[in-house]
Unconditional design. Sequence first.
Length: 349
Amino acid sequence: MFKTIEWKNNQVVFLDQRQLPLEENLIETNDFRVIADAISALGLRGAPLIGVGAAYGIALGAQEALSGHRDQYFSFLESVDQTLRSTRPTAVNLFWALDRMKKIWKDAEMQGISPHDCTEKLLEEAIKIHNEDIQTNQSIAQKGSSLIQDKDAILTHCNAGALACSAWGTALGIVYWAALQEGKKLTVYADETRPLLQGARLTTFELLKNHIPVTLITDNMAGYLMARGQIHKIIVGADRIAVNGDTANKIGTYSLAVLASYHNIPFYVAAPLSTIDIHITSGEVIPIEERKPDEVFYFGEKRIAPQGIEVWNPAFDVTPHQLIRAIITEKGILYPPFVEKLTLLKQDE
Ligand SMILES: CSC[C@H]1O[C@H](OP(=O)(O)O)[C@H](O)[C@@H]1O
């Protein structure tokens, strides 16, 4: 799989996904601001990876505070935390990771732990969050693979693979395990996923590297492919899941779920428990990121629409739980009704 991010010599090294698949550029930085900018601009992207990146961002901020702002160490961490929280609103993993990091430094402040020792604790926690994501990826992949039959044609949307996580990915991790570990012969159809083309640029790139047959389609082709009986299952990732199972994911996911329901095709969501938002009971309150109009006005570097018109550019939509066949987590495959199961799993998390 890809090494999307690592901690090396007191720096964070990450694969800048903005240039993929044409260039594989690594960014090395000891500046949390670089991490925050990369998350905002999708250089670092994908709900689980955003959480890991933000955790390392706090570790970098703590290092900076130790070297230059010792007497304002804890107030500096507060500002680092706010900078990272302001990057993107929808993927709950960002806030889940930052809350874990904040507990460490708030407890340290209360207990009079030194900035030096607190910085060490924060790095330990960030590495723990990273390693947990690696393990979680593998558990989701293994458990989800039981749903995949030999010769399945699977449709996926955006990128919920290794490039969205720390190892196998979530939705694509299931494909990798089924194909590479269990030898199932699979075909993947990848939605290009306008406007930022995570499917065309990242999902195809990953599957090609792993020698899994992939066919790229534009998003508006998915329905016709289902009508022709060419799709057996749909598996997508998630950015935030309410306890009733309503799921926010890349824009276009809801349309796939409605089409899947019409064509009676199983529609699965794959996500770690860190993507479940225990504080919300339905998808109606999930904050949906709206991004800048130029992402729609342009296709790559070329402007494709006239001046003088409006753009609406929500980066996510919400799929009602009624359209979801099952949610695949590291603790197992959850079938409806979701509320009690998700609540219990989050309580044990
Ligand atoms: C494994 S979660 C990946 C999830 O994140 C993506 O959003 P973005 O590329 O904007 O970070 C998309 O919603 C994927 O399903």
